[in-house]
Every structure is written in C-alpha cells, then in structure tokens.
Design a binder for this molecule. Structure first.
Ligand code: ADP
Ligand code: ASP
Ligand code: MG
Length: 438
C-alpha cells in the first residue's frame, strides 16, 4: 500500500482535481490524503477570528465569498446533471453549517470544527468526481481513526487499530480517499494536526499501516536547497536522509510539516516529494540512506524567542542547567537552540505561550533577558566531524550580519545560527551565494 498526499494547490480547483485521476489510479492499493483547496483554511481562520470578535456580518461575508468559489468549482468539476446537483447540495450543506455559527455561540471547540470543514469538503468533492468518472473508491473519515493524545502527539496504537477496522470493511477496494490535517483529540472532540498538517497525516497513516512509501505531492519538484519564496535561484535535491529532511522541515522548509518525517522514519518508510504539475520530475527521495558529503540545503524558522539566563552561581554550580530545564519541562515548552558560557546560558523557544511564567520562575535564581523577533537559520547536510572548512564557509556568509547564537556539533547534519529576523533575507541570499554559488 502507498500513501499519496495532495496539498492545497494540487486540489485547488476543479481542473487540478481532474488532473489527479491518472496519479491516483493504476496498479496497487493506495490511501489518498487530501488537503483543503488552497486558501480555504486561511479563510476558515478568518471566519473564526471574526466570530471571536462577534463580527457576525464580517464572518457571513467571508462565508458567502468562499461559498461562491466552491459553487463555481463544483459546477466545473462535474459533467453530469446528477453530479452537479449532488456537488451543489454538498457545498450548500457545508456552508449552511458554517453560517449556523454566525447565529449561535462560538467557542474554541467550534473553532476546531470550523477549521476541519476544508478537508471534509475537498475530499467529498473529489470522491464524487471519482464516482462520476466510474472509478471505484471509498471515502474514509479521518475523524474515525486519527487521534492525538493529551500531549497532542499522534496516538499510533489507536490509529493503527481504528484505521485497520475501516480498511477491512472494504477488502476489494484499492483506492481510499481521506482527509489530511483533521483528527480527534483525547476527549473525542474534533481537532487538528496544526497548519500544514496534511503531510503529518500522510506520514502517520504510512507508519500505522506500514506502507511501502509515503508520497507528498505538492506544487514544487521536491525539497530545494533554499527557500524559493525568498531567494531567486534554487535547485531540487534528489536525495535526503530522514535526519536531514527532519531538520529542514523542523527549521522552516515549508514544503514539509515540521514533524512529519518522524512517523515514517520510525518505521523506515521512504518519503517521496513530487510535483503534481510536473509528475515526471524526479522529486526528492527521503530515506535512511545518507548520500554525499557536504551542505545540501538551508532553511529559516521565524517567530523565535531567545532567552538569556545569567547567574553568578552558575560558575561551577552543577544542577544549574537541570533547574533551568525543569522549568521548561514543566511548561511543556521545547528548546530549539542552546549555547552556554561560564556564567550564562542562552536558549531559544518557538512557542511563547508560557513565556511570562517561565521567565518569572527563572527570575527567582537568575537574571533573565528576552529577545523576540529572532530567526534560526539552519544549514543542513552531511557534515563530517573530522572535516575542516564547513564552519568557516557558513560563518563567512554572515560576515555583515550580527550573530546572536551559533550551534555547531550537536549533530553531523546541522549548523544553526540565530539572527534578528530583519536580517533573514540577507542571510539566505548570502548563504545561497557562498554555499551554492548562486
Ligand atoms: P502544499 O499545499 O502542497 O502542502 P506548501 O505550500 O505547504 O504546499 O509547500 C510547498 C511550498 O513550500 C512551495 O511552493 C515553496 O514555495 C515552499 N518552500 C519553502 N521552502 C522550500 C524548500 N526548501 N523546498 C521546496 N519548497 C519550499
Ligand atoms: N489545510 C491545512 C492548512 O492549510 C492543512 C494542510 O494543507 O496541510 O494548514
Ligand atoms: Mg503544506
């Protein structure tokens, strides 16, 4: 069985949905994971924001505009009158459901339910299209098997059991369609795997059923050496190890959800990144093979907060770092980068939810300074510990940019540099020139 995930642009219009048919049909069993049509989740976020602020008119306006887009796409998608009516009814039902929140109470639970509608709608529209085309397939609701636990981590044993229970109902079916991103939480309420989470769904399903391969189909021909939205020239990388891809995803390469490599890596399932617009392009194969020495790519992660913790008592004091880390552990806040000196430690977090509480507790035994608007630039590849020159080459690119932190040697795959976000573009351009000759 293969898992094929199609992102927002790949299902972004009736034309794009039609173009998926040759990719999802053909030999072998497949589970197809679909995102919402591009732009939809952003609009759903806007609807929720308006509802939170009790701007019901504004919410209704966005709902009406979005509905119009779907009505047009559904009209283009289906050829037969029956299916045009079926598609239209589907769209109307979903949008009437959204409208019901403009009259009623609105809470965090309802927000999650609203955010789930994009994937539910795209998968149902595509499933009807397959039916109209005469292709045998089953539509599985991810809400019946995708679960996260109390730590927001996928509950793999639950998912394995319940996905298997869905699949055995259709022993003769080769093609299953389901939704990315959406799930239920430990209380059984509708929840999600965070923005960009459809990649994560595909990898989790791949791990749950021990798939042969997880394919992530998107709008670019694989992982590139740098962020193509920011620098002018980039190239696709044809092979990456799980560790290299995981670093890039976690540190900002938007093509992959930050943690989506981990489930596939755990079960050693290759992940192939492919371009829906150019299906013949090679793409990127992510596997347990580390190929080629050298720096392969750079990525940038914004929204980082640096915390400097300084204490005279750190000098020769064992237990200081433990006391620091325990505070972060208690607030379930993970640390990305860390550097130390004799009397101080600097570390970074990307989730400021408990920043106030954390700095208050740290302040009981140290001087604490916080800097926001920081960016981690992550340089990834196969960087042997006994080879000279890599650190020099990287830091040379930053010669005109103030460095806040540098982390080298934590693994053979990563050099990380923390800078103020205002220097991000300059840094990525300089690295593109220095490391990749562009
Ligand atoms: P999807 O909707 O298919 O999930 P995304 O928009 O989430 O697609 O991810 C694909 C986009 O990621 C590309 O269009 C590209 O602009 C962006 N991107 C950022 N960094 C990289 C990178 N290093 N390699 C490839 N794409 C990248
Ligand atoms: N639709 C969701 C989002 O826009 C999930 C995804 O596309 O992966 O974040
Ligand atoms: Mg994505």
């Amino acid at each position: 069985m293969n898992i094929l995930k199609f992102g927002g642009t790949s299902v972004g219009s009736a034309e794009r949905m039609k173009a998926l048919v040759p990719l999802v049909t053909g030999a072998g069993k497949k589970i197809v994971v679909l995102s919402a049509m591009s732009g939809t989740t952003n609009k759903l976020v806007d609807i929720c924001a308006a509802l939170y602020q009790k701007q019901h008119q504004q919410a209704t306006l966005i709902i009406d505009e979005l509905e119009l887009i779907y009505i047009n796409e559904a009209h283009t998608l289906y050829a037969l009158e029956d299916y045009k009516i079926k598609g239209m009814d589907l769209v109307k039902n979903y949008f009437n459901y959204l409208r019901s929140f403009t009259l009623d109470m609105f809470t965090a639970n309802e927000e999650k339910a609203i955010l789930a509608q994009g994937e539910l709608l795209s998968s149902a529209l595509f499933f009807f299209y397959l039916q109209e085309t005469g292709i045998t397939a089953e539509l599985l609701s991810a809400l019946n098997f995708m679960r996260i636990d109390e730590n927001d981590e996928p509950n793999l044993s639950y998912i394995e059991k319940h996905l298997e229970a869905e699949l055995v109902k259709y022993p003769n079916t080769n093609l299953f369609i389901t939704q990315g991103y959406i799930c239920r939480n430990t209380f059984g309420e509708i929840d999600n795997l965070k923005r960009g989470g459809s990649d994560y769904t595909a990898s989790i399903i791949g791990a749950a059923i021990n798939a042969n391969e997880v394919q992530i189909w998107t709008d670019i021909d694989g992982m590139h050496n740098n962020d193509p939205r920011i620098v002018a020239k980039t190239h696709a990388i044809h092979a990456l190890s799980f560790d290299e891809a995981a670093e890039l995803a976690y540190f900002g390469a938007k093509i992959l959800h930050p943690t989506c490599i981990l489930p596939a890596q755990k079960r050693n399932i290759p992940v192939l990144l492919k371009n829906t617009m150019q299906p013949n392009a090679k793409g990127t194969l992510i596997s347990n093979v580390t190929s080629g020495e050298g720096i392969k790519a750079v990525a940038a992660k914004d929204g980082i907060c640096a915390i400097n913790i300084k204490s005279d008592r750190m000098l020769l004091a064992h237990g200081f770092l433990r006391a620091v880390f325990e505070i972060f552990e208690r607030y379930k806040t993970s640390i990305d980068m860390i550097t130390t000196s004799e009397i101080a430690v600097s570390l970074t977090i990307d989730n400021p939810k408990f920043l106030k509480e954390i700095t208050k507790e740290l302040g009981e035994f140290a001087n604490v300074a916080v800097e926001e608007d920081q960016t981690i630039i992550c340089i990834v590849g196969n960087i042997p510990k006994d080879k000279a020159g890599y650190g020099f080459k990287v830091l040379e690119a930053f010669k005109d940019i103030p460095l806040r932190m540098v982390s080298y040697g934590g693994s053979a795959n990563n050099i990380s540099v923390l800078i103020n976000s205002k220097h991000k573009k300059e840094a990525l351009v300089a690295l593109n020139e220095r490391l990749f000759g562009y």
